[in-house]
Design a binder for this molecule. Structure first.
Ligand SMILES: Cc1ncc(COP(=O)(O)O)c(C=O)c1O
Length: 411
């Protein structure tokens, strides 16, 4: 019967690990797929067994290793997912959450306390920034937002109280990229932790822990689950960090992933390499097409040699991902018109779905943000974000072509 992969010694390649890591045949029934363990609680063998599980679980030096107590503290389907992502990100351990935001907020709640300081990139995913400003600041954590593509700015922002350097690479929606190894090296000089949101590239293209980061977080809602059908999050780091995250924050805050969603992410990851290759191939074809289009002012895609961090990405990642954005010469009206004309691309938020999703921040997600604030964040009137799916690129290009023709003609 298939045995579970040994986390540390496996020499299997990434695609093989996507299929097999964390999963083994059920020893009792032989079930090949990890079952959805739809249970809240677990029977102890006897009183001593229960007592040992509790004392292990609440000791971060030990952690819950052999057995389960209650699904808020862990579940076998969730455990399979945690072991899989830990193997893929090449971290010691991982913890699954009900959403990416649950994972990100839990990591901050563990790493910082009042009077500590966080240095974060100035173009983070909006809700991550809102969490820092609306929640962390309220509890006395000081924040500096700087441009992480400029290491001097990061260096100047560091204080003796800085505990976390936080970034995404690439960022949303301008696809700015960060030299993760350099940021992690700076963090180490002051004993701060580097936390990287790896949602856009996934470990298929980029492994921040190997570049020196301490913690990786994911909105598994996106590429990892891949089919736009489940909200979920993950954090990966050292075994001790994850043990503490589980017993100090996660158990007390309760943002647990459901067994069914854990199973959906497990299933999604099995095809991650196939999907990521296709997302990237399509994104590159569309980026090249748009670069030559008369209605397009500029294309932001790390795979284009014109991208300001193209060389850094070539060095630290094995590909360029499936999200791009572009600016329309016709500004706001052209963006709105394109949104109304596309037929194959779906006008919707989120990304990393097998289907192509398109959005125009100025007229939709950011319509309520004052124009000057929107422009200061790089969200120009004509900016469009495309999460390129795995459809045939020729059909996507045709859809964009007809949409752009109408928007050019002001229809
Ligand atoms: C880069 C990034 N990080 C985190 C999140 C939050 O994840 P979730 O929606 O799963 O809470 C998102 C959501 O869009 C995201 O794009």
């Amino acid at each position: 019967m298939k045995k579970q992969l040994d986390k540390t010694q496996s020499t299997y390649k990434f695609s093989t690990k996507c299929c097999h890591a964390g999963q083994s045949c059920d020893p009792r029934t032989g079930a090949h797929n990890t079952p959805i363990y739809q249970t809240t609680t677990y029977a102890f063998q006897n009183v001593d067994h229960g007592a040992r599980l509790f004392s292990d679980a609440f000791d971060p030096a030990v952690g819950l290793q052999d057995g389960f107590i209650y699904t808020r503290f862990g579940n076998p389907t969730q455990k399979a997912l945690e072991e899989k992502i830990a193997v893929l990100e090449e971290g010691e351990a991982a913890l699954a959450f009900s959403s990416g935001m649950a994972a990100i907020s839990a990591v901050f709640l563990l790493l910082v306390k009042p009077q500590d300081h966080v240095v974060a990139d100035n173009s983070l995913y909006g809700t991550t920034r809102d969490f820092l400003v609306q929640v962390m600041e309220k509890f006395g954590v000081n924040l500096s937002f700087v441009d992480f593509s400029d290491l001097d700015q990061v260096k100047k922002a560091l204080l003796p109280e800085t505990k976390v350097l936080y970034c995404e690479s690439p960022t949303n929606p301008r696809l700015k990229c960060v030299d993760i190894a350099q940021v992690a090296a700076l963090a180490k000089t002051i004993g701060a932790a580097t936390v990287v949101d790896n949602t856009f590239f996934t470990p298929y293209f980029q492994k921040p822990l190997l570049l020196g980061a301490d913690v990786v977080v994911h909105s598994a809602t996106k590429y990892l689950s891949g089919h736009g059908d489940c909200i979920s999050g993950l954090a990966v780091g050292s075994q001790h960090f994850i043990n503490e995250l589980r017993c100090v924050v996660h158990n007390n805050m309760g943002g647990v992933i459901s067994p069914f969603n854990a199973w959906l992410v497990l299933r999604g990851i099995k095809t991650l390499p196939l999907r990521m290759r296709q997302h990237e191939e399509n994104a590159l074809a569309i980026a090249n097409y748009l670069s030559d289009h008369p209605a397009v002012e500029k294309v932001h895609y790390p795979g284009l040699p014109s991208h300001p961090q193209h060389e850094i990405v070539k060095r630290q990642a094995t590909g360029f991902g499936g999200v791009l954005s572009f600016e329309l010469k016709g500004g706001y009206e052209a963006g709105k018109s394109l949104m109304n004309k596309v037929q194959l691309c779906t006008l919707a938020v989120s990304l990393g779905d097998v289907d192509t999703l398109i959005e125009h921040p100025a007229s939709t997600t950011h319509a309520v943000v004052p124009r000057e604030d929107r422009l200061a964040a790089g969200l120009t009137d004509g900016l469009v974000r495309l999460s390129v799916g795995i459809e045939d690129a020729r059909d996507l290009i045709q859809d964009l072509a007809q949409g752009l023709l109408s928007s050019q003609n002001g229809v």
